[in-house]
Design a protein around this ligand. Sequence first.
Ligand code: AHR
Length: 321
Amino acid sequence: MRHFKFVVVLFVLLALLVPASMAQDIPASGEGLTIGFSQVGSESAWRTAFTEAVQAEAQARGINLLFSDAQQSQENQIAAMRAWIAQGDVDAIILAPVVESGWDDVLQEAADAGIPVVIVDRNVDSDPSLFVTRVSSDFVHEGRLAGAWLAQATSGKCNIVELYGTVGSAAAEDRHTGFMDIIDLFPDMQIIHSETGDFVRSEGKTVMESILSSEDPANICALFAHNDDMAIGAIEAMKEAGIAPAKDILIVSVDSIPDIYDAMDAGETNASVELSPFMGGPAFDAVVSYLNGEDVPKWIPVGGGLYTSRAAYDADHPASS
Ligand code: AHR
């Protein structure tokens, strides 16, 4: 009898020690979960590759992914999240935010409803207690890589045109910050024009056309484009203006999409910093860990290097060559 009482007390104590959230026993794949994914839009080839990678990962894992394309609008993203919260039909939300600010209310609403949110790619400036984690690259580091490559290629002497991404987005603001960290070390390196092309190829072309019409091209040493699509648009503008891209004007950009390696093969651009589109797996893993009551770090980094040739990129990515 005494032995029986001991076992009962032990059982009760163990039950009290187990956090409530561990009552869930989600398989590691996340199979059977329903997850809302609010995506920025399809402004760039990288974004489309990222969407496709997340969808493929969800399908492979047996996760029911509710996809919402916000078409570059924060209002659309908040509306989609509110609809999921009101319907109560999602186990978690994955948010790829278009801009950094303005998320506090909707993140609080998700927290109040007990729906965990994982941030992917760009950052939010909300209190970190309002989301589980962020899966992303280090945009500041990307900017520093681009700046360091350019400083070396020009021996620290260069007039630079910057094609800025979406104003207010972490990807644009942080890449600029990282780039300036390096450029500011060199008194003879400076940005002479900085304008946004919103991460869109056609806008990169339009903005570059306008800069080339107001500035003597001989005075431009290099282009730093916050993504490859804007760089490719700018390359078209340079060629139409009779300028040899990658020779008359050096070019460094970010994303490492397949098109930029076509341009590199053609000798029309110089370098690209990689941004991996494979953030879906770590984001789903974070959701599962959280729902199973495990600790999740506040930042799950995704790495990437700078490449100056397709061969160098392929050597680091044997599966994609
Ligand atoms: O947030 C990441 C950026 O968004 C990518 O570099 C760009 O191509 C996309 O639009």
